[in-house]
Design a protein around this ligand. Structure first.
Ligand code: BES
Ligand code: ZN
Ligand code: MN
Length: 496
């Protein structure tokens, strides 16, 4: 997205559509009406008809007369000025982007609103997010090469106030880089298994590293065998395609700073294995590498922003397939930390591969380790698609995630790891089993992971719900949402 900034009046800007936010409370609406009509006489009829009142999620378009620099003015309602939130602005921007994209417009100019509960930096950030993230569609496979989900290519921010303009720029430039990450995560997550199997995922990580500036090394099956990653190998056993273990490193901090390690589940397709899933809806499981997509894309955003932090990304990746060589229920895996696991259900494969990655993470002695995984249907049952589940051992880390979740609206909601739940995954002939039955499935999955985190400050995000929403949101597509990139980048932005 091209971003530009201007101190000129909106009416003097040339763009496909000019956007003004209008608040609905009497005070603001009355003034806005006067100011808008003074600049754009064409809007008079709209206001006298009373069709537009600045209500949240409403919008109205006015065509400007032949002499005007731009031909369209779009008014977008944001509700009561005192109650306007970042999320409200993201949604309003999304409305503008969708109206523009429906007409295949490419350039938009917006007046930075004053007198709101949100400052200009927040406005720049939220507006850019809404504009860039709305209407996303994976269009690569359509034969119609013109087809695009979101057609916007440029945004011009306008304000006569120099300080407001500079602040909006700070917010917009930050958001643009983060959103590039989110969009990449969506693309990776939504790409089907025949174009996104483990080696392709590794290739995508390499390409991302080259473009954004972080190192990528890919451990192949032989190396994975020599490292005795028995969980990853067990899940991969049924698959023709080999596994990979991707290691990404970005050094933005000082040399002696211990890194933050991100771990992402990279199951490029989850059939369930021998404990096979029902066929209805199985295609969704092409996005079972969303955790990996989020980790790769967060590395991209953090590197592009040049954040002053050392960051490591780890991705264990495999398909989960049934076959004559597949792991079967009852099989026993002994991990390198000595923990023995009975594979009670081959569909609980995510935790099996994350265990190896969490042990690998310990080598870095990280300040914090966060894993992200589309881990359990149980988490979706508990929390829906609105929030990820948060579980972990480190309260300060969990608090950082919660406040970034509230800020970005990529919510995280904590579930408890009471030790009483551990009974549910006790094994008969092993230390633990990989499935704990119908109750508390998100928690038992996290308690399984906890056996492999050692003493790292650790948090686990079960993103199964928000990663694959079944319906579209204001700026969130279904089936591969890009969730987590904005959350983690926000947290890392102020890590120190
Ligand atoms: N990838 C799935 C979890 C999932 C389900 C993600 C729905 C997104 C939407 C995971 O590998 C899985 O199959 N989990 C099982 C665990 C069970 C067998 C203990 C589940 O949730 O049913
Ligand atoms: Zn899975
Ligand atoms: Mn599964």
């Amino acid at each position: 997205m091209k971003l530009a900034y201007s101190q000129d009046a909106l009416s003097s800007i040339k763009a496909d559509v000019l956007v003004i936010f209008v608040a609905s409370d009497d005070k603001h609406f009355t003034t806005a009406q006067k100011v808008i009509v003074a600049e754009f006489a064409e809007a008079k009829a709209l206001f006298s008809a009373g069709d537009f009142k600045g209500k949240k999620d409403s919008s109205a378009q006015v065509y400007l007369s032949a002499g005007a620099r731009s031909s369209r003015l779009l008014l977008v309602g944001i509700g009561d000025a005192d109650k306007v939130s970042l999320e409200g602005l993201r949604r309003a921007a999304a409305t503008a982007a969708k109206v523009a994209s429906a007409k295949k417009l490419t350039s938009l100019a917006v007046q930075i609103p004053g007198g709101l509960a949100i400052d200009a930096e927040g406005c720049g950030e939220a507006f850019t997010e809404g504009c860039m993230l709305a209407g996303y569609k994976l269009t690569r496979y359509f034969s119609d090469k013109e087809r695009k989900g979101n057609t916007l290519e440029s945004i011009t921010f306008c304000s006569a106030n120099k300080k407001a303009l500079a602040d909006a720029k700070t917010g917009a430039e930050y958001a643009a880089k983060v959103c590039e990450g989110t969009l990449l995560a969506r693309e990776l997550a939504q790409t089907p298994n025949n174009d996104m199997y483990p080696e392709k995922l590794a290739e995508a990580a390499r390409k991302a590293g080259k473009e954004a500036g972080f190192s990528v090394s890919v451990l192949d099956k032989k190396k994975i065998e020599s490292l005795k990653m028995h969980g990853l190998l067990a899940v991969n056993q049924g698959s023709k395609r080999p596994p990979v273990f991707i290691v990404m490193e970005y050094n933005g901090g000082s040399k002696n700073d211990k890194p933050v390690v991100l771990v992402g589940k990279g199951v490029t397709f989850d059939t369930g294995g021998i404990s096979i899933k029902p066929s209805a809806g199985m295609a969704e499981m092409k996005a079972d590498m969303h955790g990996a997509a989020t980790v790769i894309s967060t590395m991209v955003a953090v590197a592009k922003l040049g954040l002053k932090v050392n960051l490591v990304g780890l991705v264990p990746s495999t398909e989960n397939m049934p076959s004559g060589t597949a792991v079967v229920p009852g099989d026993v895996i002994v991990y390198t930390n000595g923990v023995s696991v009975e594979v009670d259900n081959t569909d609980a494969e995510g935790r099996l591969i994350l265990a190896d990655a969490l042990m690998y993470a310990q080598k870095y002695k990280p300040q914090a380790c966060i894993d992200l995984a589309t881990l359990t249907g149980a988490c979706v049952v508990a929390l829906g698609t609105v929030t990820s589940g948060l579980m972990g051992t480190d309260t300060p880390l969990k608090n950082r995630l919660k406040s970034s979740g509230d800020y970005t609206h990529e919510y995280v909601c904590e579930l408890p790891l009471y030790e009483e739940y551990e009974d549910l995954i006790k094994g008969d002939i092993t230390d633990i089993k990989n499935a704990g039955g119908r109750y508390a499935g998100a928690i038992t999955a996290a308690l399984f992971l906890k056996r492999f985190v050692g003493d790292m400050p650790w948090a686990h995000l079960d993103i199964a719900g928000p990663a694959m929403p079944s319906s579209e949101g204001a700026y969130i597509p279904k089936g591969g949402s890009g969730v987590g990139v904005r959350l983690l980048t926000n947290m890392l932005r102020t890590w120190k």
